[in-house]
Design a protein around this ligand. Structure first.
Ligand code: SF4
Length: 258
């Protein structure tokens, strides 16, 4: 099964569908995945297939690696549009996530002050105060909310910790608009069940909740590469466009990646 594991702690720059020229920061080991979800669509594979016993990169290693890469890009005369925390799992699990965000903002200000700092998170660690406060400092606080249906989340995102959807939604509201909601739309067969979160049954209550959260923007997307679970299919361009239109009608800024 082809899966993608990223180098650690720094990878790229890569051209991101959604973010432009992106220099990646991976706070997880390079030889495995660590996440509080185990999404059926995860490009890094299932948690059990790519388990790592290597230590996480230290704050010092991240600082050194990031500064080296930014210096190199400065010498080459091409800067990143964005420094993106993503990689082999959930970045906010790193115990020094908050300090690393402070370091990154300082390095960004020194080398490429126009570059944005983005974090792609599955939202499960928002209850940790240091994570919440750190996410308030970044330019693009991109938080996953694939649906508000708990059974769909259990089936597709598969949390492996106590997952409190309502608490996460309340925490999202506390960002007071300084967040981007990111939602994966897909369909297919899982455990002999037909699943499809592009239907109104899922989309309409999700939009009502997103309205309450009042994010700066909503980014919707679908599967881009082979997924570890074989029964999944892409949402169509028409389905994504229709969801974007509903979001616009609800007064929300929204974009789709196909
Ligand atoms: S939240 Fe992201 S990293 Fe974690 S399992 Fe899902 S897709 Fe993979």
């Amino acid at each position: 099964m082809p899966t993608i594991l990223f180098p650690s702690p720094i990878f790229g720059p890569v051209n991101s569908r959604r973010l432009g020229v992106s220099l990646g920061v991976n706070l997880l080991p390079e030889n495995g995945k660590i996440c509080t979800f185990d999404c059926l669509y995860c490009e890094c594979g299932f948690n059990t297939q790519n388990r790592s016993h290597s230590p996480l990169p230290t704050r010092e290693e991240v600082y050194k690696g990031l500064e080296e890469q930014l210096k190199k890009m400065q010498d080459e005369g091409r800067g990143p549009d964005v420094i993106t925390f993503a990689g082999n799992g959930e970045p906010t699990l790193h115990p020094n996530f908050a300090e690393i965000i402070d370091d990154t903002i300082a390095l960004r200000d020194r080398y490429f002050p126009k570059a944005k700092v983005s974090v792609l998170s599955n939202s499960t660690m928002l209850g940790r105060k240091s994570v919440f406060e750190a996410l308030k400092k970044v330019d693009n606080n991109i938080l996953k909310l694939d649906t508000i249906d708990p059974s769909f989340i259990s089936l597709i995102d598969r949390p492996n910790m106590a997952y409190k959807l309502n608490a996460i939604i309340e925490r999202m509201k506390e960002f007071k608009g300084a967040l981007v909601i990111q939602t994966m739309f897909l369909k297919g067969e899982v455990d002999n069940l037909q699943i499809d979160n592009t239907t109104d049954q899922y989309v309409l209550p999700w939009i009502e909740t997103v309205k309450e959260i009042a994010p700066r923007e909503v980014m919707i997307y679908t599967i881009d590469r082979e997924t570890p679970h074989k029964g999944l299919k892409k949402a169509t361009r028409e389905e994504l466009d229709s969801i974007v239109e509903k979001l616009h009608k609800a007064g929300l800024k929204a974009t789709a990646s196909y």
